[in-house]
Design a protein around this ligand. Structure first.
Ligand code: TXA
Ligand code: MG
Length: 329
């Protein structure tokens, strides 16, 4: 049930966590499905509710960095510098784990992903509970991440005891994940903290290439996906494309004719605003039951890197605009 954030609803959430239940947790990035990170049965419940495969590890949420050494067994100097600069905030660090962290949460890895959310309600709950909470995004596995309490309710229904309503997420895209377990730091997932900002502290990170959508059309959708089939266009948007059939269009800025079928992420072309709106816009287009959704990549800089990553993972393939039609390419 959705509850406004009050002393009572925080107390109710704490009670639920104590008995191994899950709660809907607002953060600045997306809503999480949180459980007691040190209780293996509670952690297992997250996987069950999300229908998440056991090989996909979770992220730990701490009230502040004084708790860091309770879950991480080694914090290199550079990781501490990142913590000092960006916590609380949308940066997750992968570090060697303490034995106390249950294997079910890390999918058997010897490392653990940890962050400190920059959201008042998340902070209140973490302080009140006094133990780390582990939380993936509060969507069914493979689906669009929720950025409002209502979207959590739509995704998970009554499977959670309490959904704390912290309002729409300020960032709208998941945290950036940096793997600090090897000599060279790696960008494990682009997210709402821009790579450029991190590299000011660390120097160049190793950036793994986008995997992109499966190359064969019709293959299994991977992640962040609407129910409607979504494609990425290799051609830039122009209003003439609207003649191409019953499609919804997702663009950064609609400079052509305004149309109900075209959702723009930011009138000013602002990538931060686009990130905030991305998942909500995908949900909105999905609810309109088009034949397909055609999305257009944004500039690959700042948050744009994370937006393109999510679009590519949500898409089943690429299309091009040829002679008045969309064709798979
Ligand atoms: O912003 C966020 O990070 C949100 C909010 C709720 O905090 N959480 C989130 O969790 O995005 P989730 O479960 O949707 O994504 C967790 C991802 C995993 O899919 C995996 O890629 C990475 O974190 N991860 C977790 N543990 C890891 C580890 N030990 N090594 C490498 N990657 C890890
Ligand atoms: Mg997720």
């Amino acid at each position: 049930m959705i509850e406004a954030v009050t002393a009572e609803s925080i107390a109710k959430a704490v009670d639920a966590l104590r008995v191994g239940e899950c709660v809907g947790l607002p953060t600045e990035t997306v809503y999480g499905l949180a459980a007691d990170g040190l209780n293996p049965e509670a952690v297992a419940k997250i996987f069950e509710i999300k229908e998440r495969p056991s090989f996909d590890p979770l992220i730990y949420h701490l009230a502040d960095d004084t708790e860091l050494s309770s879950v991480a067994s080694d914090v290199p100097e550079v990781a501490q510098q990142l913590v000092n600069k960006f916590w609380p905030g949308p940066l997750t660090l992968v570090l060697p784990k303490q034995l106390i962290v249950p294997d079910v949460a890390t999918s058997g890895l010897s490392t653990v992903a940890i962050r400190c959310p920059d959201h008042d309600a998340a902070q209140e709950l973490l302080h009140a509970y006094g133990k780390p909470l582990t939380a993936p995004s509060a969507n069914k596995f493979g689906r669009i991440s929720p950025t409002t309490a209502q979207a959590v309710q739509e995704e998970l229904g009554d499977a959670v005891a309490v959904i704390l309503d912290g309002g729409p997420c300020r960032r709208g895209i998941e945290s950036t994940i940096v793997d600090c377990t090897a000599e060279t730091l790696k960008l494990a997932r682009p997210g709402s903290l821009a790579l450029e900002e991190i590299e000011e502290v660390t120097g160049p990170l190793e950036v793994l290439p986008h995997d992109g959508p499966p190359s064969a059309p019709g293959m299994l959708k991977s992640h962040y996906a609407p129910r409607t089939t979504m494609y990425l266009s290799r051609d830039p948007y122009h209003p003439g494309m609207l003649a191409g059939g019953n499609h919804g269009y997702l663009v950064l800025t609609n400079t052509g004719n305004p149309s109900r079928d075209v959702l723009e992420l930011s009138g000013m072309g602002d990538l931060v605003e686009a990130g905030v709106r991305l998942f909500g816009a995908m949900r909105e287009l999905d609810a309109r039951h088009y034949q397909s959704i055609i999305a257009f990549p944004v500039p690959e800089q700042g948050i744009g890197r994370a937006i393109n990553d999510r679009l590519q993972k949500a898409a089943t393939g690429y299309v091009v605009w040829r002679d008045g039609n969309w064709i798979l390419k």
